[in-house]
Design a protein around this ligand. Sequence first.
Ligand code: AYL
Length: 566
Amino acid sequence: VKIYSSTFSNVPLVNRGVFSYFLGASRPGYVGEHPANWPAFTDAASGATITRGHLRALSLQLGHGLTHHATLRASRNDTALIFAPNILQFPLAMFGSWAAGLRVTLANSAYNARELAHQYTNSGASLVYTTEDHLQTVRDMFTAVGLGAEGDKRIIIIDGLRWAGGANVPPSVASAGLVRLEDLLSMGAMESEEIFEGQGNETTLLCYSSGTTGKPKGVETTHHNLTSMAEILQHSWDAPTSREVMLAILPCYHIYGCVMQLLWTLRAGIKVVLQARFEPEAWCRNIQTYAVSLSLVVPPVLVHLARHPAVEKYDMKTLKVMVSGAAPLGPDLTRQALSIRVAARLASFGTHVAIIQGYGLTETSPVAMMVPTKSAESALGSIGVLLPNLQSRLVADDGLDAKEGEPGEIWIRGPTVMKGYLKNASATAGCINSEGWFQTGDIAVRTNEGFYYIVDRKKELIKYKGFQVPPAELEALLLNNPDVADAAVVGVYDDAQATELPRAYIVAANPSAKKAQLARDVIAWTKARVASHKQLRGGVAVIDVIPKSAAGKILRKDLRERAKVE
Ligand code: AYL
């Protein structure tokens, strides 16, 4: 068996809970390794800023409020769900929950009630942090899970706070009587975080991933996974220092955004400017306003920047590094050209901008590979080299090591591999073997210098702009449509947008149905039932029969081939 080790030397890891690791009062005047009065997070729109010390203090107040509030009465190992966009209260909700020993689960803020209900129930959550804007969805979710108005007792409204850049607006009529973040903050404070002995291997974060097959599953990420990830990034990645400023446009509910924008940044002492959502002009303006040096993106963001005139309107000479991840960037020439073009336009402002890729999965907490900044030019299209403390294998279809230079499935082993899927031992056993190897479902080749290039994906997953779209979820949904007898969903790649688009193949329940009309109806029907990223943007094709193996498995490769010529 051929095992590849990281070319970095191993980094010493720690065994601490996430709260004390990221926000511990290590010595007077400090939070973690950096001064308490340094800015931690800034709201891009209002400029409101929370310092490291303020974040720690408020989190200890929230932790106290959660456990002492008469109706919430939260306790250790309860699970709190955060259903909110990128606002300053997001990291506070997370750290306040962690201070009191709760687990946190992060839900896509575009989810509808049905999608949210799956995560609420599956994660065993008992609290939901949300905003006025999302309140109706949360209430519909509580109706869907059978709690009805009782659910109101489990909601915490987190927006509208002036210190967080919110207008000082009174609660809406709809949210009257609900618990508000400021209520919980005013009840007192924990003296310090609870130190739970030996909690390293306990689950602290639950993001959802469909893995190689099926519906979204709760990924059990432990304290040790997260502290290890932060130490590994801190000691391997050459660009960042505590003088960096990061513009955070990736959603904090996705593990890429959560770990890279909220957690590791605290470890590194990086100031983070939170932008609610990506919009090219605002992105450029914020780079200038906040003298941003670092930004994380997904490939479609680069497409926008490559085309948008705002790129030339703003002074962005502070920008040094952009990290693209979560979906392929540049495995072919078109996209390599794109990344050079974006860099050239940004570089015209005086500095050289490195655009590098990272690679990882929710299941690996998340980053497993990264391109060293100095290799940005020479490793175009590469997902990078293995990070410290990690090992990899490349395994061919026959279960043996891929031959030198030939493609194989990436397997990963190390301290950032998840504990498993929540309450789903069979799915866990399906992807983590007895030797601790996690099987990613991604196919790559490796160069002699240790650079990896993704060449294919073995698993079902579709990625729309970096978001997971589990085909099995859409297929199950489509089978609920009385006009659909059978369905299969695959991803088709759209060069112009640099993303895959979900495309459905369906069999009509009524053989004499008009195909074009049925396809249009099914697109609209689906749109009304799923979050935006799962819409059938790749279209719907009506076919006579879904190709399946003798065992009844959908032959997705056939459908993907077919999609290419359609
Ligand atoms: P999940 N190139 C191609 N495919 C990628 C890449 C990449 N650079 N990164 C992730 N993927 C795909 O759980 C791949 O199929 O995590 C992988 O199995 O939503 C799947 O996305 C995992 O999807 C980074 C870079 C975090 C990436 C991430 C992973 C977040 C996506 C930090 O710096």
